[in-house]
Write a protein that binds this ligand. Structure first.
Ligand code: ADP
Ligand code: MG
Length: 208
């Protein structure tokens, strides 16, 4: 597997379609235990990236990830804007030392997820996007030697299980942490959108 930055437009299109299809559900999740703006924040970032798709396709992955991170940081707003921004900037730094094979991507994504943990001062089990990102990163690290379709299936499954695991958690970070026990019974919006995006990316890789 060797993905080029020429595919960025395809990834963005697939991600946006997936978020749009599930927008009402995600907004309801963020309304239940947050302030309801998560989809709007995300779409603002995705639209800014779409405008840069041609430019991004001329860059190598390191520069492209960095630019994506800076753009998300400056356009999205919300807690998720700085967290996704940190994710991609850190991926860009790590991509300097790695090629975009599955093994390389495992290292790159791991570095990105570490940066989200640092930025959000959060860990697994706090009812955030990290409950999707950490298991997905772990699956990619464990499976990176397997065939591409096994790896992609493992990531999708780990992201899905991680997203669902947030339902019964208490939130200890972000807006939902103000709700105490009332946050239980609701899936975290950021965990859901990161799972949707990971699955959309995996599907594009599988089909190309
Ligand atoms: P805001 O909470 O500022 O309104 P968004 O609605 O865009 O921003 O994003 C909320 C999502 O951000 C949450 O659902 C959660 O997944 C994620 N999040 C919030 N705080 C943190 C944190 N400290 N660490 C990791 N993720 C977080
Ligand atoms: Mg919000």
């Amino acid at each position: 597997m060797n993905i080029s930055t020429q595919s960025i437009a395809l990834f963005l299109e697939a991600i946006k379609a997936e978020i749009a299809t599930n927008a009402d559900e995600v907004t309801a999740l963020d309304q239940a235990i947050g302030d309801g703006d998560h989809v709007t924040n995300l779409l603002r970032g995705l639209e800014a990236l779409e405008k840069q798709a041609a430019e991004l396709s001329e860059l190598d992955w390191s520069a492209a990830f960095m630019k994506i991170g800076m753009t998300l940081m400056s356009t999205m707003g919300g807690a998720s804007g700085s967290l996704y921004g940190s994710l991609f900037v850190a991926m860009g730094k790590e991509a300097k030392n790695n090629e975009m094979s599955l093994q390389g991507l495992a290292d790159i994504f791991h570095a990105g997820v570490q940066a989200v943990k640092t930025r959000g001062k959060a860990e697994l089990g706090e009812k955030t996007m990290l409950d999707t990102l950490i298991p997905a990163s772990h699956a990619l690290n464990v499976k990176a030697d397997a065939g591409a379709s096994d790896v992609l299936d493992a990531i999708k499954q780990a992201a899905y299980d991680g997203m669902l695991s947030t339902k019964d958690m208490l939130a200890t970070k972000g807006r939902a942490s103000f709700l105490g026990e009332r946050a239980r019974g609701h899936i975290d919006a950021g965990a859901r959108t990161s799972q949707l995006m990971i699955c959309a990316i995996a599907d594009v890789i599988e089909q190309n």
